[in-house]
Design a protein around this ligand. Sequence first.
Ligand code: KIV
Length: 385
Amino acid sequence: MIGLRLSFCCTSDVVACLMAGCRDGCGRNGEEDGEHKVAKPLAIEHGSLPIFYTPDVRRTWNPEPRSGTKVPYVTVLKRYLSGGQADARLNADAMSTFTIDTSTSRATPSPVPGKRMTAPAIRGRKVDARTEQPVVMLTAYTMRMAQLLDPHCDMLLVGDSLGQVIYGLPSTIPVTMEMMCAHGAAVVRGSWHALVAVDMPFGSYEASPEQAFANASRLMKETGCAAVKLEGGEAMASTVEFLTHRGIPVIGHVGLTPQAVNILGGYGARGREEREADKIINDAKAIDEAGAFCIVVEGVMEPVADAITAAVAAPVIGIGASAQCDGQVLVIDDMLGMFERTPRFVKRYDSLAERIDEAARVYAEEVRARRFPTAEQTYRTKSPA
Ligand code: KIV
């Protein structure tokens, strides 16, 4: 097996040499005899980063290697450069290259990967203002939930609702790029069929199209997602156009836009008055014309959602909107019944909170009564026959 050898001369020579693709890191940098041993990557996984099996590197960097451990060479190189202290950003870059290790006990093997849903395929569902097959979307924030939802969904949204759902924050305002990157990468790792879209958090895109591009491209690089979502109507149209013209599929989000809660004054349904209804419809049209491949319409009066669905070319994904929308999305924890409060627009498909409460109660009772663990859950040496 080919490995990177890191046991030589001065760091800068080695780095230049490795950057040039020399598989042995000969350190000559092509100047003395122009001879590098340039290696082709052994495997390309999840994007374009080569993964090498590197016995030497494992000895150096992984104190307790398991046999077969894969180490992305960018990670190795960055750790080497920083004396083992790779900075957070560089680590995050490499995160999306990891694939699920099915030899660990909690990773459920994925079926043979199929072709993922694409933004053009979603956009193409709506023809002449009609959508034959409604678009199914749910939020997901973790690898395991993504695995469970993926076979049933066209799109998985790593929503910034994770601020409230996962982190217990009071709103989506404090959500950071780091949170979105970490959860986005986990959801991409846990899915193989659905298109994964990641929300751009508050403050990461509003200042300028350039700011939006820098952060949207970071989300795509670090998570492997295929699209981003951002909130806002007419004011964001030039940004949506800027991103789509530069290779970033965008989902718009109009109506009740939670990141604007401090302007809106709450989470009540929008579009009760004609002026506001017209504004929301115009917002959706602007985002549609700017090139969004679909548009989330949240928390609006039914006629407003119907008018938008009829007016725009892109599929409209409703949440608290209308059954006439081209698709629907719900926050997964809401539809599973994880919270006591159920907003009006949510249908509970389960009561998971109650079931978890009961499971934890029984566990606690058994531990206190020393009924768990039993022989079945205990390692014992086999008695000689
Ligand atoms: O953040 C989120 O989960 C969302 C959905 C509610 C559409 O934006």
